[in-house]
Design a protein around this ligand. Structure first.
Ligand code: NAG
Ligand code: NAG
Ligand code: NAG
Ligand code: NAG
Ligand code: NAG
Ligand code: NAG
Ligand code: NAG
Ligand code: NAG
Length: 613
């Protein structure tokens, strides 16, 4: 049902605008299919304001990538010599000619220089314009799209540029990216019952000073706590020494925040020495992000608001304390409200977030993100430009961890290509397919750990996500491991449903089932690679602590290290599979596999291969 004011707005929308006269004729720059579940409900109101982000061609991205790989590869003499912000900016700043031509085009359209905002390297230009002006600039027509869930977005499936600008502009959003559409984009699965502490489980063993307790003393598959994780992965008796120089971050999207009151209740039960951190960690609000610290409304309770946020903060502090935590709460919510013609709706969360973070001098060495989406909902240009921003963070020495998704190889019933062919396909996720990030899958059980998944027919659809990107080619650092898996384990299985030459993920895994989380004052249980990712982030943070304390550089972009040496310190997971799309999906195997990567971290062993103990 459309609101009556939306109908009025749609009726009032102006007729199609004519394109600008430009130095060269317009040609379509990019077309992307509207993802399933979205349909146009009419033309966008001409006066609706769009925060247009114009991504310019970076002058030397290939050089930046070379630097990234060199400083991240333990076999290279530059290993650990991460770049300064200025060094990164010098490599990516656009050529003067690019800036001149883009300025000329904007000026011809009546967009004045003072209205433009620039990223520090001037590779992004931001300008707020009404839809009818953007339609002239991009020779396109925006519509209001409605999602099955009721959400609205102002988008266009294709956009154009004067031909001479095609080689100077990489990406413009918001245009055809439907990323972050629905509400199910955080990889968290409520188990749906209050958590009762199993009788006889010694969850507080660490505080009792007994670091020698065994996994079986402190772990229960139905009640996973920080003490269990710290014992299982071997950080329990590690004493952080570099908290003043080390930091860890987490990203909140979709109106999530970290409820300090809940985090405090959680820590007082499971990590009491860390309780004071609950009201002390930093929450950075970006672009109108949410930071509600008052009780949820009934509607918010029903939608599980802050389950994800609480899980992330509680897990990271539960393992990584006293390393300071920074939460980044990025806005864009609420989405386009049809009743308010002038509400701006950038709604491109990674772009907004990464630009904010790249503009900081003091960035956490590890950042955990539990949000993703099907790669095919994102246009290639958007995926590529965001991925390249992530490369800048890697070059500066930041480890970016992303949850690999909770639907195995794809949500059953939706494993259909969006490219017009309607071919059956597995659904790789974004940004896991970006070769410059580390993707984290999920495990369950302890001796041994197996892939986290629910049995087929159990009514739940949770399984650790894994796959092969269609957008990003397989990077050299993983080629040997992945092709061995593809040929030895998969053989001809699932041929045609995945892209064997794509970047494959996940890279590592960690526990991801039945985490105890305090939410609304109660303990509940949550599943998901959403749990695995902050758990892995907590462990890597402590590795960085040990490195920094020894006067060494933090790990930075993990994968070149991981695939060449680091993997030896991960516990191989060989049982289970990425159930999805109605099939068993990619199975775990000896060595790297497309459901748990190299497996789960063994902290003492990691320190050992880094020469730290
Ligand atoms: C970058 O940070 C500076 C100083 O904090 C601020 O003035 C500027 O607006 C920021 N630029 C962007 C593109 O966010
Ligand atoms: C509070 O946070 C600051 C900044 O991160 C840190 O220096 C300080 O040690 C923290 N205090 C406590 C009690 O954790
Ligand atoms: C569309 O996607 C399917 C499944 O991934 C693939 O086999 C096919 O080659 C694609 N078609 C085009 C035109 O890209
Ligand atoms: C498979 O991956 C390669 C390498 O990234 C890419 O060039 C190709 O277009 C992909 N194929 C499909 C059908 O998406
Ligand atoms: C939502 O849940 C919290 C915690 O249980 C409770 O304090 C709050 O009153 C609830 N809100 C409503 C409107 O029921
Ligand atoms: C959030 O924090 C408030 C106290 O500030 C608390 O009353 C509430 O129950 C918490 N959790 C939820 C889910 O609302
Ligand atoms: C794999 O794990 C499942 C669940 O933990 C277990 O029931 C099964 O016996 C295991 N299979 C093998 C071959 O170890
Ligand atoms: C290749 O894969 C097989 C099957 O999983 C495994 O046994 C073997 O160790 C792998 N070889 C290498 C070099 O990774």
């Amino acid at each position: 049902m459309l609101g009556s004011s939306l109908v009025v707005l749609l009726a009032a929308a102006a007729a199609a605008a004519s394109p600008l006269r430009a130095r060269s004729p317009y040609a379509v720059k990019e077309r992307h299919f509207v993802p399933r579940g979205w349909s146009s409900v009419g033309k966008a109101p001409g006066e609706h304001i769009v925060d247009l982000q114009i991504g310019l061609k970076q002058s030397q991205f290939d050089e930046l990538e070379r630097h990234l790989y060199e400083v991240s590869d333990p076999r290279h003499q530059r290993y650990g010599q991460h770049l300064t912000p200025d060094e990164v900016h010098d490599l990516i700043k656009p050529h003067d000619e690019t800036l001149d031509l883009v300025h000329e085009w904007l000026e011809d359209a009546g967009v004045e220089r003072p209205e433009l905002e620039y990223s520090q390297a001037r590779d992004w230009i931001k300008v707020s314009l009404p839809v009818n002006e953007v339609e002239r600039l991009l020779d396109t027509e925006y519509s209001v799209y409605e999602h099955e869930s009721g959400a609205h977005l102002v988008r266009t499936p294709e956009w154009s540029l004067p031909r001479h600008l095609h080689e100077h502009i990489e990406s413009i959003q918001p245009t055809n990216s439907f990323f972050r559409a629905g509400p199910r984009k955080s990889n968290v699965k409520p188990v749906g019952k209050k958590a009762e502490k199993p009788a006889g489980l010694a969850v507080k063993v660490a505080e009792a000073g007994s670091a020698s307790s065994s996994v079986s003393d402190v772990c229960d598959e139905d009640y996973v706590t920080p003490t269990c994780l710290r014992t299982l992965y071997g950080t329990i008796d590690y004493v952080p020494q570099a908290a003043g120089q080390n930091k860890v971050g987490l990203a909140n999207y979709l109106s999530e925040t970290n409820n300090r009151s809940d985090v405090s209740i959680f820590l007082s039960q499971f990590r009491s020495d860390a309780t004071k951190a609950a009201f002390n960690f930093t929450i950075d609000v970006i672009d109108g992000g949410d930071n509600q610290q008052t009780p949820n409304t009934a509607e918010q309770n029903a939608s599980g608001k802050d389950e994800e946020g609480n899980l992330d903060a509680e897990t990271i502090l539960g393992i990584g304390y006293p390393t300071p935590l920074i939460a980044y709460n990025t806005g864009g919510e609420p989405p386009f409200t049809p009743d308010d013609a002038v509400t701006s709706n950038t709604n491109e969360p990674y772009l907004t977030w990464v630009q904010y973070v790249l503009n900081q001098t003091d960035i956490p060495q590890v950042i955990s993100t539990s949000y993703g989406d099907d790669e095919q909902t994102v246009p290639l240009s958007y995926a590529t430009t965001v991925c390249r921003q992530f490369a800048q963070l890697g070059a500066r020495g930041v480890s970016l961890l992303f949850a690999s998704g909770d639907e195995g190889v794809g949500t059953a019933g939706s494993c259909i290509s969006n490219n017009g062919s309607s071919a059956a396909t597995f659904l790789p996720s974004f940004p896991d397919g970006c070769p410059y990030v580390t993707s984290v899958g999920a495990t369950k059980g302890f001796s041994p750990e197996v892939v986290a998944y629910d049995e087929l027919g159990s009514g739940s659809i949770y399984a650790s996500g894994g796959g092969y990107s269609n957008y990003f080619a397989q990077p050299a650092y993983q080629a040997a491991a992945v092709s061995n898996y593809t040929s030895t384990t998969l053989g001809s299985a699932y041929a045609g449903l995945y892209n064997a030459s794509g970047r494959a993920y996940p890279d590592i895994a960690a526990q991801g089932q039945k985490f105890v989380v305090t939410w609304g004052g109660d303990n509940i249980l949550l599943d998901g690679t959403s749990a695995s990712t902050p758990a892995a982030a907590g462990i890597i943070t402590l590795v960085n602590d040990a490195l920094i304390a020894a006067g060494k550089s933090p790990l930075g972009f993990l994968n070149p290290w991981l695939y060449s040496e680091g993997y030896k310190a991960f516990n191989d997971v060989t049982n289970g599979s990425a159930i999805g799309c109605g099939v068993d999906g990619f199975e775990a195997a000896v060595g790297w596999d497309a459901v748990t990567g190299w497996g789960t971290p063994n902290f003492p062993k990691i320190l050992e291969i880094l020469g730290l103990n």
